[in-house]
Design a binder for this molecule. Structure first.
Ligand code: SF4
Ligand code: SF4
Ligand code: SF4
Length: 272
C-alpha cells in the first residue's frame, strides 16, 4: 500500500500547489510545471519503494534537465540564486522566487535537502563523476559558501543600483555563464578532492538557505540503535559524511544529508 500511497499523496500535494497557483496567478504554466515535477517526484518515490537501482538518478534527470533546459534555456528564466535575488528585488512572486520558496527555503522544513539529492541540475552532472563516496577527509573550507552567497547578492544589487538597461537579458546570460562556472568548478573540485559532492560541501551558495532550514526537517533518516551493530558501513557510503547512527539533530554534518538513501540501502541490519 505504501508503495502506491506515498507517490499518490506526493502527486496530490503537487497538484494542489499546481491548481492553486494556476487559479490565483491566472497562468496555466503553473499547472503544467508543478504537475510535471509532482509526477517526476512521485515516480521516483514509487521506483525507490520498488528498489529500482537508478530511481534517484531518473528523478534527477527528469527534474534537473527540465529546469535547466526548458525553464532556463528555452523559457529564459534564471533559476539560479541571482535569479532569486532579481525577482525578490522586483517584488515579483514568480519563477525563481516560487522555486526557492518551495524547494530551498520552506520545503526543506518538510523534506530537508531532498532538492540536493533528487532535483538539482548541478549535482545531476556531478553525480556522474567517479567519486560517489569521498576518498579524502572533509576540508574546513565551508566558509566559501558565504562568499559566493554574498557575491550573488552584490552582483544583482549592483545591477539595480547602476540602473543598467535590459536586466532580463543580463540575467539570462548570467544563468548560462553561472552554470558553466558551476560545472567547471564542481568537476575540478570533484577530481582534486576525490569527492563528487565537493562543490555542494564548500562552494554552493544555496546551502546558506538549505542548511539551517533542513536542521528542522520533518523527514530524516533515523537509526534503530537496537538493531545497529556499529559496523560503520553507512558512514563509509555516505557522500556527505553524515553520522547517521546518531539520531540527534546535532549529529555530525546533520544538515548535509541529501536523503540519497545510500546508507539505508547498504545497512546490513536494516537499522536505518
Ligand atoms: S548543494 Fe547546491 S549544487 Fe549541491 S545539490 Fe544542493 S543546490 Fe545543488
Ligand atoms: S550500516 Fe547499519 S548496522 Fe552498520 S553502523 Fe550503520 S546503521 Fe549500524
Ligand atoms: S547516505 Fe544517508 S546520511 Fe548520507 S546523505 Fe545519503 S541519506 Fe543522508
Amino acid at each position: 500500500m505504501k508503495k502506491y500511497g506515498l507517490p499518490i499523496l506526493i502527486f496530490a500535494v503537487f497538484e494542489a500547489v499546481a491548481v492553486t497557483l494556476w487559479l490565483t496567478k491566472d497562468n496555466i504554466f503553473y499547472l503544467f510545471n508543478f504537475s510535471y515535477i509532482g509526477f517526476s517526484v512521485a515516480l521516483g518515490v514509487f521506483l525507490i519503494f520498488g528498489k529500482h537501482r537508478h530511481a534517484r538518478r531518473i528523478v534527477q534527470l527528469l527534474v534537473g534537465l527540465y529546469m535547466l533546459v526548458y525553464l532556463g534555456l528555452i523559457c529564459r528564466e534564471n533559476m539560479q540564486i541571482e535569479g532569486f535575488w532579481y525577482y525578490l528585488f522586483t517584488g515579483v512572486f514568480e519563477a525563481a522566487t516560487i522555486h526557492y520558496a518551495v524547494a530551498k527555503i520552506f520545503g526543506p522544513l518538510l523534506f530537508g535537502r531532498g532538492w540536493c539529492g533528487y532535483a538539482c541540475w548541478t549535482a545531476m552532472v556531478l553525480d556522474f563523476l567517479p567519486y560517489k563516496t569521498p576518498e579524502k577527509p572533509r576540508k574546513k573550507i565551508g566558509w566559501i559558501r558565504y562568499v559566493t552567497f554574498a557575491a550573488s547578492l552584490i552582483f544583482v544589487a549592483a545591477l539595480f543600483l547602476s540602473k543598467v538597461g535590459n536586466i532580463e537579458r543580463i540575467m539570462f546570460w548570467a544563468f548560462i555563464i553561472g552554470n558553466v562556472i558551476y560545472y567547471a568548478v564542481g568537476i575540478i573540485l570533484a577530481f582534486a578532492f576525490k569527492d563528487n559532492r565537493a562543490f555542494c560541501k564548500y562552494i554552493c551558495p544555496v546551502t546558506v538557505f538549505l542548511k539551517p532550514m533542513s536542521y528542522f526537517s520533518l523527514f530524516r533518516i533515523k537509526c534503530d540503535r537496537e538493531k545497529c551493530i556499529d559496523c560503520g558501513k553507512c558512514k563509509r557510503v555516505c557522500p556527505m559524511d553524515v553520522d547517521v547512527t546518531d539520531n540527534s539533530r546535532k549529529r555530525k554534518n546533520a544538515t548535509e544529508c541529501i536523503l540519497c538513501m545510500e546508507c539505508v540501502k547498504n545497512c546490513p541490519k536494516d537499522a536505518l
